[in-house]
Each structure stands twice: as structure tokens, then as C-alpha cells.
Design a binder for this molecule. Structure first.
Ligand SMILES: [Zn+2]
Length: 284
């Protein structure tokens, strides 16, 4: 599986001591120097998921601006967000894994939150439908947080299935047991959840629904913040489990691509990405 990224993502959108910082990409690009270079998304690609006024606003920010208590942006955020979304599109096109930041799955049509600006995986899904002739897309999200933005963007759209495994109740509060639908699966993980609970949710609740949906493309919102050493969560998922999750995602359909979401321990993130990468490749 091809890795896609861009060197500028290790420099743009500085956030100081914030956990979502350029060093996340720096450690990944040091570990995987042979990546294929991504590109900026077209504004029209972003506007399939976000309102034009919001897209204009992100692109015009020229000084440090706090959206919410946890989400800051500055004059280079717009370009970083376009690069992240465009590289996610290239991953969907090539069947690759986009190593990008800022992450995307909390981004709403007209609102940044949870360190996210443009919803990279959603933009890639819509692009694949528009440009690759793909009809049915399944998004599997194993970031420890619920992808409220992805859920909202595809609410009521039965051409895109969203299945998420996440800690609950937890940030951002959505994704509870009542939030289910014909193309919506939310699996709640408990405090301290380990590999057994995660893989049981995957096997029992996610895999059968995705297979029955018969997607033309599976996109993975690959977050690594459920890991037992991640500073932002209280779950205990191991490296081996990320390998297995990726392998199972890749077994769902022949056409699979992945986009990085969370994962905030700089010491473990490269190993976890590598474990997932080999998991995806095990089913190629
Ligand atoms: Zn997360």
C-alpha cells in the first residue's frame, strides 16, 4: 500500500504545545521517507462537504484565531487543510494511506472543532463518487473519538455507510447507542477497553454490516489515539490490535484506502502506523 503525505504538513499550521502539532508528521515522515507526495484539494472538492462561506473563511484567516477551546488556526492552516484533504483524495484514487494533518473527522459542514478543519475522509469519499464513478462508499473509523462530522455530512445519504468504534461517553459526546441507522453504525467502547472489546465490536457490529452494504470502496479513518499509551484516551488498545483492525478493514472489499486521524504519542505513532500499514497489506 502506497503511503502519501507532504513535507509541508510537518511545518504548516503550528499549534505550539497543542497535542495536534507538526511534530506528528515530522516523526512519521522520518520513519517513512519514501512517501508519494500529495497535493492540495481543489476548493470545489472541499465544497462537496463544506459550505462555501466556511471554506472561504478558513482560507482567509491571517492571524492566530481560536475556533473553540481546543482548536486554533493561523495563516498557514488553510493550506495545510487543503493539502490534507487533497492527499486523502489521492489516497482514495491510488488505494493508499494518507499520512496527513490536521485530522478531519470532527469537521462539520460549516464548523471546525476537535483539531479538525476540512473533513478529509468525507471529501475523499465524495470525490471518489464524483470522479471515480464509485457508487457506494463505506467509511470505517477506529479513532477513539466519534467522528461526529463524518456522521453529520452523510446523514440521510444511503450511498455512504459510516461505521465508528469509539469510546463513549467521551469527546465529542455523539455516537451513543441510540444513534444507528440503515447506513450508520456506532459501537461504544468502555473505559479501559482492550483489544478483545474492540475486535468483538469490529467482528460483531461493523464487519457484517459493511459486507452486507457491498461497498465499491472502503475508506478507513485510521486514528491511533485508542492506544494504551496515548495521552488523550483511557482505552488500552495494543499495536497488534491496530494491525488486526487494518487487516480486517482491507478484507471487506478489494478497494481500500486510509486516512490518518488522531494519534498523539509521538514516540508510538510511527510504530502504530507501520502496524496498520502491514495489516492493510496483509490482505492485498
Ligand atoms: Zn481522536
Amino acid at each position: 500500500m502506497e503511503l502519501l503525505s507532504h513535507a509541508d504538513l510537518a511545518r504548516l499550521h503550528p499549534t505550539g504545545e497543542h497535542p495536534e502539532q507538526p511534530a506528528r508528521l515530522r516523526v512519521l515522515l522520518e520513519r517513512f521517507p519514501g512517501f508519494t507526495e500529495g497535493r492540495e484539494a481543489e476548493v470545489a472538492d472541499i465544497e462537496r462537504c463544506h459550505t462555501p462561506a466556511y471554506v472561504d473563511w478558513i482560507r482567509s484567516v491571517d492571524r492566530e484565531t481560536w475556533f473553540t477551546l481546543d482548536t486554533v488556526c493561523s495563516e498557514t492552516t488553510g493550506r495545510a487543510a487543503l493539502l490534507a484533504a487533497g492527499t486523502a483524495i489521492e489516497a482514495a484514487r491510488l488505494g493508499g494511506f494518507a499520512l496527513v494533518r490536521p485530522p478531519g473527522h470532527h469537521a462539520l459542514p460549516d464548523h471546525a472543532m476537535g483539531f479538525c478543519f476540512f473533513n478529509n475522509v468525507a471529501v475523499a469519499a465524495r470525490w471518489a463518487q464524483a470522479e471515480l464513478g464509485v457508487e457506494r462508499v463505506a467509511i470505517v473509523d477506529f479513532d477513539v473519538h466519534h467522528g461526529n462530522g463524518t456522521q453529520e455530512i452523510f446523514a440521510g445519504d444511503e450511498s455512504v455507510l459510516y461505521a465508528s468504534l469509539h469510546r463513549w461517553p467521551f469527546y465529542p459526546g455523539t455516537g451513543g447507542p441510540e444513534e444507528q441507522g440503515p447506513t450508520l453504525v456506532n459501537v461504544q467502547l468502555h473505559r479501559g477497553a482492550g483489544d478483545e472489546e474492540m475486535l468483538a465490536g469490529m467482528a460483531g457490529d461493523v464487519e457484517p454490516v459493511v459486507r452486507a452494504f457491498e461497498p465499491d470502496l472502503v475508506l478507513v479513518s485510521a486514528g491511533f489515539d485508542a492506544h494504551l499509551e496515548d495521552p488523550l484516551s483511557d482505552t488500552a488498545i495494543t499495536l497488534e490490535c491496530f494491525h488486526e483492525l487494518a487487516r480486517r478493514c482491507a478484507s471487506l472489499t478489494p478497494r481500500v484506502a486510509a486516512v490518518l486521524e488522531g494519534g498523539y504519542n509521538l514516540a508510538t505513532l510511527p510504530r502504530l502506523v507501520e502496524a496498520a500499514l502491514t495489516g492493510f497489506e496483509a490482505e492485498e
